[in-house]
Design a protein around this ligand. Structure first.
Ligand code: LMR
Length: 395
């Protein structure tokens, strides 16, 4: 049967990481997949997660299914993490959360429920966006429109272009936003811009769908959630796909949630029933291990403090790497890379052509996504000079 199918090309992000892993050059640099790396190039297990894991292995007595909505500590903890302890929507009990296999699972479950509620909704995506948004959301049969977002000439958000494009969105359309640390460009909306987008969303009757996969890796856990919190306070309905892959280092454990704030408790519960039904037909039950660990970290004061400290240090290191990258690239190339400092999270576009990206890979074993998106966390003191020289050579 399957010989009639064609072999597919490698994933544009994961395929490059695999190619880098197979490259024998000892100087190779992997700036591909959005995975945090420390100074030694390792992706560590958070100390709080390690401690939770040890405690869990002592006390776990069953591997029976979790409830369909997920681990109780986790789904309560993720709501509070996103919204803050005393958000008015939480106090009004109009927020529900359903555990999902990572942010991807959350995006897909959210898309399924959107499709049931409004099959003709168009989903507005930022140009550019994370390439996997398209298959994840499009596979339920929703169609897309694009709004201008990143201007390569200024290395910043084209906010006028964004507002102008969204003026064409129809009531009931979905506005997909990156909560923080925009993937791939690293350029985020300011608080004032979030306020303006919230006003536009209300005026045009749009459904905001916020993908937040890097909370705590841009500025801080609270500052990175500004958009989610502001929209949830000021709009009747907000959908959020949250992930703990990056901010708790739970990548392979697939830990995330779809979080919905509705007009009232009843609407929120309706959403929850729809989301669990959607999940049932795709993967049936949520995976337990990562969510139980995240639930422990979110609900235990000592683990929570340890995790917050470690995450804050990671965030500080990422921002320090941005400064170092700017200094080294600007010095080696004579060009201005200061925009890297103004961005947030793991990613930045270096502004190279696809041919220059190919040369970096082929001649220097420096791997980045074809758009010249780099994972800033892949840079360290030991490789930054080689990287800067390589970029200067292809420029
Ligand atoms: C990335 O953009 O590199 C990450 O979100 C990992 C992925 O799944 O693509």
């Amino acid at each position: 049967m399957f010989e009639s199918l064609e072999r597919l090309p490698a994933d544009p992000i994961l395929g490059l990481s695999a190619a880098c892993a197979a490259d024998p050059n000892p100087d190779k640099i992997d700036l591909t997949v959005g995975v945090y790396k420390n100074e030694s190039g390792q992706t560590p297990v958070f100390a709080a997660v390690q401690r939770a894991q040890e405690a869990l292995s002592e006390r776990e007595v069953t591997k029976a299914y979790l409830p369909q909505v997920g681990d109780a500590h986790y789904i309560e903890g993720i709501r509070k993490l996103l919204l803050g302890e005393s958000h008015p929507a939480l106090e009004a009990e109009r927020v529900t959360s359903v555990q999902a296999p990572g942010g991807c699972g959350a995006l897909r479950v959210g898309a399924e429920v959107i499709k049931s509620a409004n099959p003709s909704a168009k989903v507005w995506l930022s140009a550019p966006t994370w390439p996997n948004h398209i298959p994840l959301i499009g596979s339920v049969g929703l169609e897309f429109k694009e709004y201008r977002y990143y201007d390569p000439a200024t290395h910043a958000v084209d906010f006028d272009g964004m507002l102008a494009d969204l003026a064409d969105a129809a009531p009931g359309d979905v506005l997909l936003l990156h909560g923080c640390c925009h993937n791939p460009c690293g350029a985020d909306l300011s608080p004032e811009q979030w306020q303006a987008v919230t006003t536009l969303t209300a005026e045009r009757g749009l459904m905001p769908f916020i993908d937040i996969a890097y909370q705590g890796m841009g500025k801080s856990l609270d500052e990175d959630a500004f958009g989610v919190r502001h929209m949830t306070e000021n709009l009747p309905e907000v959908l959020v796909a949250a992930s703990n892959s990056k901010n708790m280092g739970l990548y392979r454990e697939r830990t995330g949630a779809i979080v919905f704030s509705g007009r009232d408790r009843e609407t929120a519960e309706i959403f929850s029933s729809q989301a669990t039904k959607a999940a049932r037909k795709i993967y049936s039950m949520p995976p337990a291990h990562g969510a139980i660990l995240a639930g422990m970290v979110l609900s235990d004061t000592a683990l929570n403090n340890s995790w917050r400290e470690e995450l804050a240090a990671m965030c500080e290191r990422l921002n320090g790497l941005r400064v170092m990258l700017d200094e080294k690239l600007s010095a080696a190339t004579g060009k201005d890379f200061s925009f890297i400092r103004n961005e947030s999270g793991m990613f930045s576009f270096l502004g190279l052509t696809p041919e220059q990206v190919d040369r970096l890979r082929e001649e220097f074993s420096v791997y980045m996504v074809g758009s010249s998106r780099v994972n800033v966390a892949g840079v360290n003191n030991a490789n930054v000079d080689y990287l800067a020289k390589a970029v200067a050579a292809v420029l």
